[in-house]
Design a protein around this ligand. Structure first.
Ligand code: SF4
Ligand code: SF4
Length: 97
């Protein structure tokens, strides 16, 4: 429809704006890949409404036998959408251990 943002910019200028990677000064501290957060499901609370599965942008969750399960925990980005959407407080996203 409309022109994409930045379409008129030079790719060279854009590339020059990217900071050099230097693990020794990495803002995250270690330069190591961050581990996914823990995902805790309280089965007794889960009523299988599927809201968290639909909300998850990474397809981390799925339904099985009327309960939510974690199928791709390594892809979790910690966005907490599942926890926020759950009406029964049945799913909790924790910090990296
Ligand atoms: S925290 Fe985000 S990415 Fe992780 S399971 Fe929940 S909705 Fe999916
Ligand atoms: S939103 Fe909550 S109650 Fe619904 S399926 Fe997910 S964990 Fe279970």
């Amino acid at each position: 429809m409309s022109e994409a943002p930045g379409a008129g910019e030079s790719p060279t200028v854009e590339a020059a704006a990217v900071p050099q990677k230097d693990d020794s000064e990495c803002a995250a501290g270690t330069g190591k890949k961050k581990a996914p957060p823990t995902i805790t499901i309280i089965n007794e609370y889960c009523k299988g409404c599927d809201l968290c599965v639909v909300a998850c942008p990474k397809d981390v969750l799925a339904m099985k036998a009327g309960k939510v399960i974690v199928v791709k925990g390594e892809l979790c980005n910690g966005c907490m959408l599942c926890e926020l959407r759950c009406p029964d407080f049945a799913i909790l996203i924790g910090e990296v251990a």
